[in-house]
Design a protein around this ligand. Sequence first.
Ligand code: AMP
Ligand code: MG
Length: 404
Amino acid sequence: MSKPEMSRLMPVEEAMERLMNLAAAAAITERETVTLAQAQGRVLAQDLVSTLDLPPWPNSAMDGYALRVADWTGEPLPVSQRIFAGQAPEPLQPGTCARIFTGAPVPDGADCVEMQENAEVLADGRVRLLHALHRDQNIRPKGQETTVGDTVLQAGTVMTPIEMGLAATLGMNVLPVVRRARVAVLSTGDELIEPGQALGPGQIYNSNRVLLCSWLEWLGCEVIDAGILPDDLDKTRAALGALGDVDLILSTGGVSVGEADFLGHALREEGEIALWKLAIKPGKPLTFGHYRGVPVIGLPGNPASTLVTFALLARPYLLRRLGVQQVRPLSFKVPSGFVWSKPGTRREYLRGRLEQGRVVAYRNQSSGVLRSAAWADGLIEVIEGTTVAEGDLLNFIPLSEVMG
Ligand code: AMP
Ligand code: MG
């Protein structure tokens, strides 16, 4: 590709920046309250602030004996009480120790816990502690996890099982969350039929529909599955008109150059649509526009292109609309297990995986081959204009980073 042609392609970072700005301008701010059990995958609508000191009192990190360091002389001490988790102890009598179990409150007057392995219980019930003691040893201090007023989780956090566990430690059983995004999914193309039907001449099964609908559900969206749109203007108009109230229209196919552009035509009648030619492979053509004020993202139709552009562009856009700040997938540098000798004009996202500490790419990187992604554990980023020798460090984005 010649230089001027290259410069017409929009770099991935620029597309990302544009999408982030568009998303911020169309933020979904309506909120609702859900129970903790219903909060999985939802986006917190406000900071979670602790109303508790946790733990509320110093407690024992060990099964053993609580005492005052100053009372230790190496001589045996009588045991004045037994304290289990869930009990409220009496203040410690001077010159004694208390039998104590993990998680039990440390009694007032005690300032250390010795583990039972370092104690010798005598026939008369007294206990000899074998080693010198330090103040605060084996005591989990009050407020070690949180103190009253701490912001424990920020608005915009996605509730995974970990955040749900944390909310539970704070005693919260209802949470303010952003309402779910409503996303309509359209698959375009006369050649498409649904799995379960017999293939006719020239037909292929619609893979993008189930790929995107199930992915969106994993992301916590409400999915409006609008099925297959034939390459026909009237039917396209009718399908768009029937979508109802949605936050995003996500289509696949129909954006390749030279195609009879029915979706684009119908969208332009009631909005606008721009074709972005991205410096990304797979997935060069992407459209962004509005239909009756509703944002529309048109992903390229080849399944691997749909996957890569959804993962890297549409998914972060959608999450940002919900107020999520951390929308970029984590990636890490891994040595290459392959050679890339021809610099590309677009940033390539090879479907690949780790083998013996090196990333290797699936043998067929055609954008029509979804098996590449099923074989892969992640996307290997090869920057435009560069070559790669074995052992060079490449960015690897695990697919698990973008699936949830
Ligand atoms: P298009 O952008 O409509 O020209 O589609 C590009 C390629 O992706 C063509 O080979 C289409 O047949 C294929 N394709 C489009 N939509 C889908 C779909 N939903 N499922 C599987 N393949 C598709
Ligand atoms: Mg098509």
